[in-house]
Design a protein around this ligand. Structure first.
Ligand SMILES: Cc1cc2nc3c(=O)[nH]c(=O)nc-3n(C[C@H](O)[C@H](O)[C@H](O)COP(=O)(O)OP(=O)(O)OC[C@H]3O[C@@H](n4cnc5c(N)ncnc54)[C@H](O)[C@@H]3O)c2cc1C
Length: 382
């Protein structure tokens, strides 16, 4: 299976210019890693999934996964920009020829950032069919009213894909019918019906709350057919799960690298702490778990790139990788003792960052429910 050694090497070299001190300062101020994102963009790493005809590299999800894994292994975080890689997939697959020609080449060149995907609402939770943000057609425009929460990178994006209801849930034949996806051009929207409120969270993720008060969006910005938006977002979710899983693998390897190095060098009771099996075994277990999860990520990526069904594999990859990275995070903190809590070691920051992936973009329970009901045929609980 392709390992993308050259790409990995280039990403490692780029990331070496953004050491722990860079991320620590941003984390302290909850600031956006603009220089890092510009550097990745300029190197073409964020447009690898865009087909060559639109100016991208036309590579598969395996290459994108290798990029994000290396970013995370270096101690950095791809959360600031990973959505720039895959959000365009909805536009690519379901947009009109005009929409693709208008946006994709500029996204590929890095002139436009499409890295905001607004789905979650305060009262819908994981049950996306319960969203109530509504877009009412009015001649050549839609008028949008409602609210979204946990919408990441909205202040650092030129375009946003917005999931809305275009007919009420109880009017639709199926709960998942009646939703639509709109492209919102942020510069036209902010202050003219769209208000963005940043949310402070336990990690630096540029996430926000959005308020829509009669925001006008041109009807020409509807992606695909009105009412079919839910199926379009499902399409994009496998890519997202595989890429998030790759970030978890990178985090896991980061923790193992750091813990192994520290356990060899830290001497207590007259010997390296790593000579004690009580310290060695958790590191070895983390290595085994991350290695196994990485194979699952590769399998899901290969299926995705071959155009095969990969929903179950993408979910399993994300479940196992997020659990392996969290075990590795806990292990690395324990191995570092008190120093694990010091900012300058990067462990406490990465510990907070990797915890997210058992909740977002989809929580562990919801993946287990998918495996139980869709793969194993157990009765549905909701
Ligand atoms: C930092 C951050 C960034 C995010 N970025 C984005 C973004 O850019 N765009 C976006 O649209 N969303 C984003 N999200 C939202 C994220 O996708 C949701 O938080 C996530 O899907 C979980 O939804 P919820 O928070 O409403 O939890 P809930 O759905 O309220 O669930 C709460 C808990 O209950 C469990 N649970 C719920 N129902 C069941 C059930 N039937 N059986 C068993 N367990 C159940 C869940 O597993 C979870 O652990 C982000 C969230 C965070 C924290």
């Amino acid at each position: 299976m392709e390992n993308y050694a050259d790409i990995r090497d280039s990403v490692r070299r780029l990331c070496a210019g953004f050491p722990g001190s860079y991320w620590q300062a941003l984390d302290r101020d909850k600031a956006y890693p603009t220089a890092f994102v510009e550097s990745l963009t300029k190197a073409g790493f964020l447009s690898v999934l865009i087909p060559e005809e639109f100016g991208g590299a036309g590579l598969g999800i395996g290459a994108a996964a290798a990029i994000l894994e290396e970013v995370h292994r270096s101690g950095g975080n791809g959360g600031a920009c990973h959505a720039q890689m895959y959000t365009m997939g909805t536009l690519l697959k379901h947009g009109t020829a005009e929409q693709k020609a208008k946006y994709l080449p500029r996204i590929a060149r890095g002139e436009l950032r499409l890295q905001t995907f607004a789905v979650t609402e305060p009262d819908s939770g994981t049950d996306t069919t319960r969203i109530i943000t509504f877009a009412q057609r009015d001649g050549d425009v839609y008028r949008v009213k409602g609210q979204k929460i946990w919408i990441s990178r909205a202040e650092h994006s030129d375009l946003m894909l917005l999931l809305v209801r275009t007919s009420a849930r109880d009017e639709a034949a199926k709960a998942s019918d009646g939703m639509s996806v709109l492209i919102v051009e942020m510069k036209d929207a902010i202050g003219r019906g769209l208000t963005i409120r940043p949310l402070r969270t336990m990690l630096n993720h540029a996430t926000t709350e959005l308020f829509f008060d009669d925001l006008e969006v041109p009807a020409a910005n509807l992606i695909g057919r009105e009412g079919s938006g839910f199926t379009y977002i499902l399409d994009g979710m496998n890519a997202e799960r595989i890429l998030i899983a790759a970030e978890c693998i990178g985090d896991g390897r980061f923790f193992i690298d750091r813990a192994s190095a520290y356990a060899k060098e830290r001497s207590v009771f007259g010997r390296p702490i790593g000579q004690n099996q009580g310290v060695q075994f958790p590191i070895a277990r983390a290595y085994a778990q991350v290695s196994a999860a990485a194979e699952m990520v590769k399998k899901a990526a290969a299926l995705f790139d071959a155009g095969e069904p990969c929903g179950a594999d993408a979910n399993i990859a994300k479940l196992l990788a997020s659990e392996a990275s969290w075990y590795a995070a806990d292990m690395a903190l324990q191995t570092h003792g008190g120093f694990g809590f010091a900012e300058e070691y990067d462990i406490e920051r990465k510990f907070r960052e990797t915890r997210l992936y058992q909740v977002a973009p989809i929580s562990t329970n919801l993946i287990l429910s998918h495996i139980a009901t869709h793969v194993l045929g157990l009765p549905k609980s909701f």
